[in-house]
Design a binder for this molecule. Structure first.
Ligand code: ADP
Ligand code: MG
Length: 400
């Protein structure tokens, strides 16, 4: 894989026209037009700053949310352009694909950065039709001209075979950005040479999303701690009633088989609520005493302690998925406790990785120090697919 370092060396020798197309992952959570967590924007800055230092004109491509293949103001990247401008200390114009983009790019000064409007406003971006994606890719490549190059730095999208991630890398000389490189290096460490004991914490809402990664990780880990909405399908597989908690009945059989590994640790107590709301009535109960009509929304204090004991002894920790509905204050203690235990393990020398958009957001929302973890990944789906051993199209294309 050619790297940004290789490219910068070439730019220093004037070997390229100094126009670079960068795919970044700027898919941040928004509340209206307010960015509630700018972690992904900040993570994109080092690669952009490095390119700007060489005098390069940067054309930045990104997406936001899931618009339906047509312009939709609710998914505009305008707030992102503004925040990025603040972080870079330079105005970042936002341009629609087409004439406006061509005009904006031509007007960029040396070291200037232009952001293209949400690339998923164009249905070709995510099209399953190779020709459609290729036509969008050619349009993107044309913006940086015949001497242009592509830097792939949107780690959160490298598992997607999409025009601005995959196809464009076939049209332009392509390099991995610093963020993609750093992420890949961390994941490689986790897959190839984790120090033992290796403990994994998995949470989040849907067990079906994470079964593949559980299956791939089980042979490699020493303990797999399961919390979040997905633990209730495991608890059901164990024979417990789970009330109105999240339950994927069709996965109970698979969960039962996975439990036979003897490595899966389930919570012993949970916080249940009579409704999904911050104003709900709540109780902490043992997992064999979840009342009918109540739903489990967090792991309980006894579970935080037992999960903490496993984490305390670990040399490698991977955490994906909040263990409770951390967005609602009454159900945030479990996630805070687990995160705190990982921070303590890290301080004691463990190598810790947080993967997953909501998990990373939880770290920041709950006021934990970001530097308390060895690495906070910007890509949930991408890091899980890597750990599953899948080929990620956006990385494979950089190896060609
Ligand atoms: P990540 O983005 O880190 O991979 P996921 O997207 O898999 O994480 O899951 C995050 C979501 O899971 C959060 O919005 C959280 O509220 C939810 N969640 C956690 N525990 C529960 C639970 N017990 N019931 C319902 N949802 C839950
Ligand atoms: Mg998520």
């Amino acid at each position: 894989m050619k790297t940004l370092g290789d490219l910068v060396a070439l730019l220093d020798e004037d070997l390229f026209g100094r126009r670079v197309l960068v795919r970044a992952d700027l898919n941040v959570p928004l509340d209206g037009s307010r960015i509630t967590d700018d972690g992904r924007i900040r993570a994109s800055v080092p690669t952009l700053a490095r390119l700007r230092d060489t005098g390069t004109r940067v054309v930045l491509v990104a997406h936001l949310g899931r618009p339906k293949g047509a312009p939709d103001p609710a998914f505009s990247l305008a707030p992102v352009a503004e925040r990025l401008g603040e972080l870079l200390g330079v105005q970042v114009p936002l341009a629609d694909l087409g004439d406006e983009a061509r005009f904006t790019v031509d007007a960029l000064p040396e070291g200037g950065v232009a952001l293209l409007e949400n690339i998923r406003f164009d249905p070709r971006e995510t099209s399953k039709n190779d020709d459609e994606r290729a036509s969008l890719a050619r349009e993107l490549a044309a913006l940086v001209g015949p001497e242009g190059v592509f830097v792939s730095d949107g780690f959160g999208v490298v598992h997607r075979k999409q025009a601005s991630v995959y196809d464009v890398a076939q049209d332009l000389p392509s390099y991995a950005g610093d963020l993609v490189l750093a992420e890949v290096e961390v994941l490689r460490t986790l897959t190839e040479s984790p120090k033992r004991p290796y403990a994994v914490v998995l949470g989040g809402s849907k067990v079906s999303d994470k079964l593949a990664v559980i299956e791939a990780l089980l042979p490699k880990v020493d303990a797999l701690l399961v919390g979040g909405g997905m633990c209730y399908t495991f608890l059901a597989a164990h024979g417990y009633g789970v009330g109105d908690s999240l339950l994927e009945r069709d996965q109970i059989g698979t969960c039962r088989k996975l439990l036979e590994s003897g490595k899966i640790v389930l919570p012993s107590d949970v916080v249940v609520a009579d409704e999904f709301s911050a104003e709900a009535n709540t109780r902490t109960v043992a997992v064999d005493a979840i009342p009918d009509g109540w739903k489990g929304l967090d792991i309980g204090p006894e579970s935080v302690t037992s999960f903490g004991e496993v984490l305390e002894g670990a040399a490698t920790v991977f955490w994906n998925g909040p263990v409770g509905v951390f967005e609602l204050a009454p159900f945030a203690d479990g996630t805070r406790g687990v995160a705190q235990a990982i921070v303590e393990a890290t301080a004691a020398g463990a190598f810790s990785v947080v993967g997953g958009g909501d998990s990373a957001a939880a770290v920041r929302a709950l006021g934990l120090p970001e530097d308390g973890f060895s690495h906070i990944s910007t890509g949930g789906g991408a890091s899980l697919e890597y750990l599953e051993g899948k080929t990620l199209p956006g990385l494979a294309v950089l190896e060609q």
